[in-house]
Ligand binder design. Structure first.
Ligand code: SAM
Length: 278
C-alpha cells in the first residue's frame, strides 16, 4: 500500500526517491528535501487532502486496508472499515479453532454481519478445513464480502472454503448446526451515536454501528439464534465483540441457562469480547 507523503516508501537502500515515479515527488539528490510534485500528482494530492479534510476515512480514500494476514482487503463506503479490536476477536476464535481442530468439532463457521468479510475470510485463511458462511443485512456489504472472498480464496487454508453470504438479518436466518459463530455486530447504544467522531458518523453505515437502546439488540438476536433456534450444535461456541460492559450483560443473560461465559479485554483494557459455550 502506498501512502502518499509517507517517508516509508521514499527512502530505500540509502537513496531518496522511492516515491519519485510512483507518486511524482521530486527530491533534492543531496539533502533529500522535497522540491516539488510532478505531473498530475499535485491535483491528486489536493484531492486526497480535500477528502481527508472532509473527515473521509483513510481506508475509503486508499480503497483498501490490512486486517490480520489479509493485505489490502477492499474497503468501500459505506461499509464499516475493519477495526484493530476485531483482529483481536478474530484471533481468539482462530486460536480456539486451531487448538481444538484435532477433535474435529470446529468445522462449520458462521460470520454474522460480514461487512468487508474480514472475519470470515481470515478464518478461512488461518484455519484449515473450515467451511465458512456469512449472514449480512446490507446489500453493499454483501457484495463487498463476495468481492473480497474472490480476491483471497487462493490464500485459504488447506481444505477450507467460503460457502457464501446469505442476504438478510440473523433474526430470519434458518440454516443452523454451526460449530462456531463469530460476530462483530452493530453495538453502539442509540444515545452514543451523536457523540461518535465525524469520520465514523458522517461516513460509515449507521446500520453497521447502532445496536438499539442499550446496544444489545443484534447481540440478543445472535444468542437467541445460537440457542433457541438451533444456530449452534451442543458444545458449540459463539464469539462476540461488543461495547464496554456488554460481556457482563451477556453473562447476566446467561444465568440459569447452562451456558459457559468467558469475558476478555482488548489491548486497551476495555472489556469487550465474550465467548459463550452453549
Ligand atoms: C460492526 S459491522 C461489522 C462488519 C465486519 N464484520 C467487521 O468486523 O468489520 C456490523 C455488520 O452487521 C450488519 N448487520 C446489521 N444488523 C444485522 C443483522 N440483524 N443481521 C446480520 N447482519 C447485520 C451490518 O450491515 C454490518 O455490515
Amino acid at each position: 500500500m502506498c501512502i502518499p507523503g509517507s517517508y516509508f516508501h521514499c527512502f530505500n537502500e540509502g537513496k531518496w526517491g522511492g516515491l519519485d515515479g510512483v507518486c511524482g515527488v521530486e527530491f533534492d539528490k543531496d539533502d533529500g528535501i522535497v522540491k516539488g510534485v510532478k505531473g498530475g500528482w499535485r491535483e491528486r494530492f489536493e484531492g486526497f487532502k480535500n477528502r481527508l479534510e472532509s473527515r473521509e476515512p483513510l481506508q475509503y480514500i486508499l480503497g483498501s486496508w490490512d486486517f490480520r494476514t489479509l493485505n489490502d482487503i477492499t474497503c468501500r463506503r459505506p461499509t464499516l472499515v475493519p477495526r484493530p479490536e476485531t483482529e483481536e476477536l478474530c484471533g481468539w476464535a482462530i486460536d480456539f479453532m486451531n487448538e481444538t481442530g484435532g477433535e474435529v468439532i470446529c468445522r462449520k463457521v458462521l460470520d454474522v454481519g460480514t461487512g468487508t468479510g474480514c472475519i470470515g475470510i481470515s478464518m478461512a485463511c488461518e484455519v484449515q478445513g473450515v467451511k465458512v458462511s456469512g449472514v449480512e443485512k446490507d446489500d453493499n456489504a454483501k457484495v463487498l464480502t463476495e468481492e473480497n472472498v474472490e480476491a483471497f480464496k487462493e490464500q485459504f487454508g488447506e481444505g477450507s472454503s467460503y460457502e457464501g453470504v446469505w442476504y438478510g438479518g440473523i433474526e430470519e436466518y434458518e440454516e443452523g448446526g454451526y460449530d462456531v459463530i463469530v460476530s462483530n455486530p452493530p453495538y453502539i447504544p442509540k444515545r452514543d451515536m451523536e457523540g461518535l467522531e465525524e469520520n465514523v458518523k458522517g461516513w460509515e453505515d449507521h446500520g453497521a454501528l447502532e445496536g438499539g437502546e442499550d446496544g444489545m439488540d443484534v447481540i440478543r438476536e445472535i444468542l437467541k439464534y445460537a440457542t433457541e433456534r438451533g444456530g449452534v450444535k451442543k458444545g458449540g461456541v459463539v464469539f462476540i465483540e461488543g461495547d464496554e460492559g456488554h460481556p457482563s450483560m451477556v453473562e447476566r443473560e446467561a444465568e440459569g441457562k447452562g451456558w459457559k461465559v468467558e469475558k476478555r479485554m482488548d489491548v486497551r483494557g476495555i472489556e469487550r469480547f465474550v465467548k459463550i459455550t452453549i
